[in-house]
Design a protein around this ligand. Structure first.
Ligand SMILES: NC(=O)c1ccc[n+]([C@@H]2O[C@H](COP(=O)([O-])OP(=O)(O)OC[C@H]3O[C@@H](n4cnc5c(N)ncnc54)[C@H](OP(=O)(O)O)[C@@H]3O)[C@@H](O)[C@H]2O)c1
Length: 344
């Protein structure tokens, strides 16, 4: 059994904990919070051992005052685990990395950290093999994970891809009251944006640039993608749809036939599936919005930002611990376990 510490039990951390709990080859060694809050109730209900994000005795004692059983500080948790999944807010990576190195524990960061922190990044379909046995890595952001799901299989087929995309980003997560905009469309004025090129940290062969805008919604990101295929690619719109239908964690549905024309219906469909929090781990592609004209492919996809990286973290744990060398085998094991966990 791989013992997994989850440092940070917020939007991503609580989902990673559930996904670990669903697997038969790993166990939640513990989760951390900065102090007592309603999120500690969730850890207690699930039976996940609760620790403090640091080793300060006063901070640890504050949990008991709030009515929670805190088993110790971060060092205690790291000593009881084989790997730590860092789910702290972005930009805390450098500080936490030094703690993981001091504890001699394997570590996985999230997309809020830069690639340079570990010099290695991860998505299941792009570079599982390159991460096998590594000491530390970074599961890329929700946007990059979504791009990887559709572009990597296309690249494997065509052997060359030049991509331009516009990321239409949610302003904040549903539980986040501190971000915006709430009545504006906010372009990212650093152009090109970092989002598309981040894909090259896991698949450097794909040439990609992006623009980004934040819009007043909390539920999903949408990508508008234009990809140039090499001449003589031999693909058609139908063969690309067929390729994605046979690709794990890509979900194709029709705007007209299924009457899913906006992210609101995508999220309603996700709630029907029955995963906790209404999550959708798959990247959603509107099949009637896919069109190959000559060598140029146009399509839209939607990303459930809070959850598409969750199954990737599970596969990444197996890569670092060298327990599964084949990414597709890991993906099907992860996804089947999550499905049966939620009785789907
Ligand atoms: N949310 C998304 O849509 C999304 C998608 C993909 C990737 N990511 C990335 O995932 C990471 C986590 O994001 P999130 O949205 O889950 O953040 P979040 O909801 O704000 O949760 C962060 C958690 O980390 C805890 N924490 C605070 N300081 C910490 C520290 N120094 N060390 C360890 N834990 C600490 C917080 O504790 P308290 O609860 O006690 O405050 C909280 O539980 C970021 O890198 C982010 O960029 C986020």
């Amino acid at each position: 059994m791989i013992r997994v510490a989850i440092n940070g039990f917020g939007t991503i951390g609580k989902r990673v904990a559930d996904a670990v709990d669903a697997q038969d080859d790993m166990v939640v060694a513990g989760v951390t919070k900065t102090g007592p809050s309603f999120g500690c109730d969730l850890a207690a209900r699930k039976g996940f051992p609760l620790y403090c994000t640091n080793d300060d005795p006063d901070r640890i004692a504050a949990f008991a005052e709030g009515g929670y059983n805190c088993k110790g500080g971060l060092s205690d948790l790291l000593a009881a685990a084989d790997v730590v999944v860092d789910c702290a807010p972005g930009k805390r990576g450098a500080e936490n990395l030094s703690k993981y190195k001091a504890a001699g524990i394997k570590h996985i960061f999230q997309g809020g950290e830069k690639h340079d922190l570990t010099g290695l990044s991860y998505t299941s379909c792009a570079n599982h093999e390159a991460n096998i046995g590594a000491e530390g890595t970074r599961v890329v952001s929700c946007n990059t994970t979504g791009l990887s799901r559709t572009l990597v299989p296309l690249f494997e087929k065509c052997k060359s891809l030049k991509v331009e995309c516009t990321m239409i980003r949610r302003a904040a997560d549903p539980g986040d009251s501190s971000k915006g905009p709430i009545n504006a469309i906010k372009p990212v004025l650093k152009v090109p944006s970092h989002h598309g090129p981040d894909l090259m940290t896991v698949k450097p062969e794909i040439e990609i640039n992006s623009l980004a805008v934040a819009v007043p919604t909390t539920i999903m990101h949408v990508h508008a993608i234009i990809a140039d295929l090499p001449s003589g690619h031999g693909m058609t719109t139908d063969s690309i749809l067929e390729l994605w239908r046979s690709t794990p964690r890509v979900l194709l549905m029709s705007g007209s036939g299924d009457r899913i024309t906006t992210t609101a219906e995508v999220m309603e469909m996700a709630r029907d599936i029955g995963r906790k929090w209404g999550d959708l781990h798959e990247v959603f592609v509107w099949e009637d919005g896919v069109s190959l004209i000559g060598d140029r492919l146009y399509y839209f996809q939607a990303i459930h930002q809070e959850s598409d990286v969750i199954p990737e973290n599970i596969d990444c744990i197996r890569a670092l611990l060298s327990t599964e060398s084949d990414w597709k085998t890991s993906v099907s094991k992860t996804d089947e376990a999550i499905s049966s966990y939620y009785g789907m």
